[in-house]
Design a protein around this ligand. Structure first.
Ligand code: 13P
Length: 336
């Protein structure tokens, strides 16, 4: 267990955060479609290798990278396994192990995340391939009548079974219950659903014997729905998010790494910064962004080898801005 604690602490060390580069085949295709680039294996490798070879970002600001199954098996252009490129930079390779959020049976509006069958054996293989941590994402949809107790319970139960299997196999689980931003709900409704979800998740983790010192929590921020008419200030988001966590996240959890969930790059940085400006919490508050770390880098890359340096620069800049946000030291004038 001491190894798990060490890895978890390394993942949330002050000033660093996690790059989520584990987009599934469908999601990365969507991202590539937005820049009119074909989503084939070579392009996916080239784009991701550009990120992982961004020395400034990887050595100074990125504690770990979440990979997709294809990527952890891929080699860089010079033949080095991509997982090794990451570990050589001093960062930790991790792996997404869920197989996606599917419709809950007999329910057409809520999701259950699948992937438990054969997970023990898959974790053992991923460990051999260099994975130090894993990720499982549950999705909680909000509208007037949902989430249902059944949806929250089923997802919390699956997250706990996943987390226990990870720890059994010396892999730190990132526990990600995402309350979606989609919808017109307001920030208070998001707070209520997030609190209920996290409460259930921690009850299940404890019931399954998971050591909370050897996990990372990856939640949403408490924020207005994307179709809500109101927009809260970073200070309100920071205050409601941290108050919610103080009620339900045990102090023994070493760190909380947020997903960006559809926020813009600047919003995600600004909101994280506002939280860390409030002061010290029992857990480090950092980032595990996908879109909010990659949007500018993806655009700069645009499918061309000649743009790799520009893309790397854009990624390093965002990583640095978010690093400052983990210390509460970011400000708009640092963006230029
Ligand atoms: P976003 O930051 O783009 O929400 O992605 C993070 C992630 O890993 C979602 O599972």
């Amino acid at each position: 267990m001491s190894n798990l604690k060490e890895i978890a602490n390394q993942m949330v060390v002050k000033g660093k955060g996690i790059l989520a580069a584990d987009e599934s085949s469908g999601t990365i295709k969507k991202r590539f479609d937005s820049i009119n680039v074909d989503s084939n294996e070579e392009n996916r490798r080239n784009y991701r290798e550009t990120l992982f070879r961004s020395t400034d970002a990887m050595e100074n600001y990125i504690s770990g990278v979440i990979l997709f199954d294809e990527t952890i098996r891929q080699k860089s252009k010079d033949g080095t396994p991509l997982a090794e490129v990451i570990s050589k930079s001093g960062s930790l390779p991790g792996i997404k192990v869920d197989t996606g959020a599917k419709d809950l049976a007999l329910n057409n509006s809520e999701k259950i995340t699948e992937g438990l069958d054969g997970l023990r054996e898959r974790l053992q293989e991923y460990y051999q391939l260099g994975a130090k941590f894993a990720k499982w994402r549950s999705v909680i949809t909000v509208s007037k009548d949902i989430p249902s107790e059944l949806c929250i319970h089923s997802n919390a139960h699956a997250l706990a079974r996943y987390a226990a299997l990870c720890q059994e196999n010396d892999i730190v689980p990132i526990v990600e219950p995402e309350v979606l931003m989609d919808g017109d709900h307001d920030i208070n409704r998001c707070s209520e659903v997030t609190k209920l979800t996290l409460d259930r998740v921690f009850k299940e983790l404890v019931a399954h014997g998971v050591d909370l010192k050897g996990i990372c929590l990856k939640p949403n921020m408490v924020i207005n729905g994307s179709l809500s008419k109101t927009k809260s200030s970073p200070e309100e988001i920071a205050s409601k998010t941290t108050s919610c966590f103080q009620e339900v996240v045990p102090d023994s959890v070493p760190g909380i790494v947020f997903l960006s969930g559809g926020q813009t790059e600047i919003e995600a940085t600004e909101n994280l910064n506002a939280m860390n400006r409030i002061g010290e919490f029992p857990w480090n508050l950092s980032f595990s962004y996908g879109r909010a770390l990659q949007a500018s880098a993806l655009k700069a890359w645009n499918g061309k080898e000649s743009n790799e340096r520009l893309s790397s620069k854009a990624f390093s800049h965002r990583a640095k801005m978010n690093s400052l946000a983990t210390l509460g030291q970011w400000s708009q004038d640092k963006e230029v």
